[in-house]
Write a protein that binds this ligand. Structure first.
Ligand code: IMP
Ligand code: MG
Length: 174
């Protein structure tokens, strides 16, 4: 079940997403960015974030998965790779949530090998206490406790992505 009370409300999320977009716009003023959304989880965050960025951008997507039900499998599977050549480009990777950090670390290193001019990470949520690998999150929405959350793009078994806010997911046994 999903607990009734939003963990983060629509208003809280929208305000923070705008702040992140403002920061990105200021940092990249005058240069073009390739904003890469990691699907499926980042789909909603990506579309809200990008429409508030004021510097010219290109968009591209990676479809990747590492989670089975509610735990990481440790292995990252690329279902669809980028269409753009990122060589020499300023790239920002946009992810929904960083938990162990294994997924983003893998994707970050994979993209770094393609010689972008710069590569930064933007994640809406950060479960920092769960981190297993060292990872720098350049733009972070919220640090959250170790709870499984759904909504705003995040899923449990591919459900609840369309909730407009974030809620804590709890399994009801029996
Ligand atoms: P990591 O590799 O352990 O950092 O896991 C990151 C990925 O796991 C994210 O891209 C999400 O797809 C998924 N994930 C981690 N925590 C949650 C959660 O609380 N709710 C939904 N998905 C999560
Ligand atoms: Mg994800």
């Amino acid at each position: 079940m999903v607990t009734g009370k939003p963990f983060l409300t629509v208003e809280q999320i929208q305000a923070r997403v705008r702040e992140l977009a403002e920061k990105i716009s200021a940092d990249y003023e005058g240069s073009e960015i390739l904003v890469v959304g990691i699907l499926k989880g980042a789909v909603i965050f990506f579309s809200d974030l990008t429409r508030h960025i004021r510097t010219p951008i290109n968009m591209d997507f990676l479809i990747a998965s590492s989670y089975i039900k509610d735990h990481t499998s440790g292995k990252v599977k690329i279902h669809a790779d980028l269409r753009e050549d990122i060589n020499g480009k300023h790239v920002i990777l946009v992810e929904d949530i960083v938990d162990s950090g294994l997924t983003l670390k893998y994707l970050y290193e994979m993209l770094l090998e393609r010689n972008p001019a710069s590569l930064k990470i933007c994640a809406l949520l950060d479960k920092k206490s769960r981190r297993k690998v060292d990872l720098q999150i350049d733009y972070r929405g919220f640090e959250i406790p170790d709870e499984f959350v759904v909504g705003y793009g995040l899923d449990y078994e591919d459900k609840f992505r369309n909730l407009p806010y974030l809620a804590i997911f709890k399994k009801v046994s029996g």
